[in-house]
Design a protein around this ligand. Structure first.
Ligand SMILES: Nc1ncnc2c1ncn2[C@@H]1O[C@H](COP(=O)(O)OP(=O)(O)OP(=O)(O)O)[C@@H](O)[C@H]1O
Ligand SMILES: [Mg+2]
Length: 233
């Protein structure tokens, strides 16, 4: 696997987001060094997804800043943020969000093709990732022909195939049974560690958080605690 060419620290300072009367974030700050794996936990409605969306440039905070390496993400245009997401970031969501009409390998190849890689080369890279994640045999199946765990492995491959600086995952194991979720999380943490990719994962599951190096807990739109977890692996 290739190493990242350059370090890219992720830094958020004093983020606020309000939806009408609802304060979703009330001054959240977090600095994530390149390569770290961070779990974000907290009660439902505490602001986890909102924080993840701000960090990933999906949403612009009402105030505060998000930086990724030299990029002031929170001040970029929509087009520049989409380009940054496409080129530098990977995403895994709860239900995979694979394109149902495409095979596993085509789903995984898509981020590369969107960044200009030719179809043949992109499919070769996709096959490599599917093999690495133990689902090479399902490369030609469509998402509807796979189990939830297999589909989530495809989603992990798709998040990693373009060698992103940061992978964001919002409850990536939320729709899986515990054993399958554990396997997917193990894959996500070991592969991001091997490639030096930063991992930010929102979860309700303390076991999932246990796979990360650091735990940030949100409560009532604010960071309640932020600590490094002891290395147990
Ligand atoms: N698009 C929206 N419009 C209005 N309110 C929203 C919107 N998105 C989130 N909120 C509100 O902002 C607050 C934080 O939401 P967020 O989705 O970040 O919480 P969460 O911690 O991810 O919750 P969950 O664990 O249920 O996914 C909640 O009170 C939520 O109802
Ligand atoms: Mg959420």
């Amino acid at each position: 696997m290739t190493q990242q060419a350059s370090a890219a620290d992720l830094a958020a300072s004093s983020l606020t987001v309000t939806y009408g009367q609802v304060r979703a974030l009330a001054g959240a700050s977090v600095d994530i060094p390149s390569g770290q794996s961070v779990a974000i936990m907290g009660p439902s409605g505490s602001g986890k997804t909102t924080l993840l969306h701000c960090l990933a440039g999906i949403r612009v905070p009402d105030s505060g800043e998000v930086r990724l390496g030299g990029n002031l993400v929170s001040a970029m245009s929509d087009a520049a943020r989409s380009r940054l997401r496409r080129q530098m970031l990977g995403f895994v969501f709860q239900d995979g969000q694979l394109i149902p009409e495409l095979s596993a390998r085509e789903n995984v190849a898509l981020p590369l093709m969107l960044n200009g890689t030719g179809r043949h080369q992109a499919l070769r890279s996709a096959d490599g990732w599917l093999d690495r994640l133990g689902i090479g045999h399902a490369a030609r199946r469509r998402p509807g022909e796979m189990s939830g765990g297999q589909a989530q492995r495809v989603a992990v491959a798709r998040a990693l195939v373009h060698n992103p600086q940061v992978v964001f995952a919002d409850e990536p194991t939320g729709a899986l049974d515990q054993a399958t979720g554990h396997e997917v999380m193990q894959l996500l943490t070991t592969t991001t560690r091997m490639t030096g990719t930063t991992l930010v994962v929102v979860t309700h599951d303390t076991n999932v958080a246990g796979w990360c190096e650091r735990l940030v807990e949100l409560r009532d739109a604010m960071i309640h605690s932020d600590r490094t977890l002891a290395e147990t692996r």
